[in-house]
Design a protein around this ligand. Structure first.
Ligand code: SAH
Length: 348
């Protein structure tokens, strides 16, 4: 059986031609049914010949995941859900309704092997990659929640569990599918890839020249500190990472966004803020300060509000653009990997 959400439109054209001898416009019709009319069954696709609909039903499917948990925040318009695939794996997706549009946080892997010491997604290691079609399903689920309210997904952040640069081809295929004008048509400008700092991936993305926004999880201004928080820093130390970031900017002209999770007593001193400012001052960029989310399995404490503002202020004074990330859905464990971790603990 073929998962149709895995096909880009050109691939769908090839497949329909090869398997059923169909003309390219049929693929366009099918693609529009899938993404614009949100059909979930082939019977609904009334402008396709009945014989083709029947043949498709025998050979292909659209959705394969089921929702096992769904939580709607009571404090803000955020919904989080956990989808389960037929092989039993689960990943979480978050839908955030902002006043400027609806944004979906997609998971790119089941678990993660990067081992960041503050993160819940990496606790059980990496189980398997998410296929492009499975990432598309996460988006279609989010869109189906919005359809009832007349809304559309307007932006995507690859900031769920997993490391997108460690699943590069599937992530790019996912982006090709959801940005297609015959489909959901979410512009690449409205898509953000967040990476732990895999340098070859950053350079490859720069060479592709896509207008995607790059977010880099920096979290510390020097190798000593970053190495303790993020094992990946041993393979790609800060100097190499910064070189790749400059390269990205040169190639794409796009400002980089740095994520910096503030952990009490670790990376939140004013000396760290100044060191950070020094490190990134000659690169057009933006810093997102994130009060670290509590993960029961980890002993990190979050920085006090007063110190968060002092840190922010020190960056501003050094001429660095920074914002403090507004928390969404903290009552529903909406940080990466938390819902899945809870679910697995309960199952065990
Ligand atoms: N693997 C990618 C994307 C997934 S995580 C990456 O590392 O960028 C999305 C962001 O959440 C990353 O910046 C990650 O470092 C951060 N994050 C993970 N655990 C966190 C926690 N407990 N509190 C705050 N941010 C966290």
């Amino acid at each position: 059986m073929v998962h149709l959400y895995n096909f880009t439109l050109p691939e769908l054209k090839d497949w329909l031609a090869r398997e059923f001898g169909e003309k390219p416009y049929r693929a366009v019709q099918l693609f529009e049914w899938m993404y614009q009319k949100r059909a979930t069954r082939f019977e609904e696709m009334t402008n396709l010949p009945k014989s083709l609909r029947e043949a498709l039903a025998e050979r292909a499917f659209l959705r394969s995941a089921k929702e096992v948990v769904r939580q709607d925040s009571k404090v803000d318009p955020t919904s989080k859900f956990l989808l389960e695939w037929p092989d039993g794996v689960t990943v979480e997706t978050v839908l955030m309704r902002h006043n400027y549009g609806n944004s979906v946080c997609v998971s790119s892997q089941v678990g993660c092997k990067m081992g960041c010491t503050f993160c819940a997604s990496t606790l059980g290691g990496m189980i398997r990659q998410m296929q492009a079609g499975e990432m598309v399903e996460q988006l279609m689920y989010s869109q189906s929640l919005l359809d009832g309210q007349g809304g559309r997904v307007s932006s995507i952040v690859l900031m769920g569990s997993g490391e997108p640069m460690d699943n590069y081809d599937n992530v790019m295929r996912f982006i090709d599918i959801v940005s297609d004008a015959h489909g959901l048509h979410i512009g690449q400008r409205h898509i953000t890839i967040s990476t732990v700092g895999l340098v070859p991936g950053i350079r490859r993305l720069a060479d592709e020249g896509r207008p995607i926004t790059l977010a880099v999880s920096l979290h510390a201004p020097n190798d000593e500190l970053r190495g303790r928080m993020m094992p990946v820093n041993k393979a790609y130390p800060i100097a190499k990472l910064m070189e790749a970031c400059h390269y990205y900017y040169q190639k794409t002209g796009k400002r980089i966004s740095f994520e910096y999770a503030l952990v009490a007593g670790q990376n939140d001193s004013l000396a760290c803020a100044r060191e950070l400012a020094e490190l990134i001052r000659d690169l057009p960029c933006h810093v997102n300060l994130i009060p670290v989310n509590y993960v029961p399995e980890r002993e990190y404490r979050r920085t006090e509000k007063k110190q968060i503002y002092a840190f922010w202020n020190a960056l501003q004074e050094a001429g660095i653009n920074a914002t403090i990330r507004r928390e969404m859905g903290h009552d529903i464990a909406a940080a990466c990997g938390q819902l899945r971790a809870q679910h697995m603990n309960r199952r065990a």
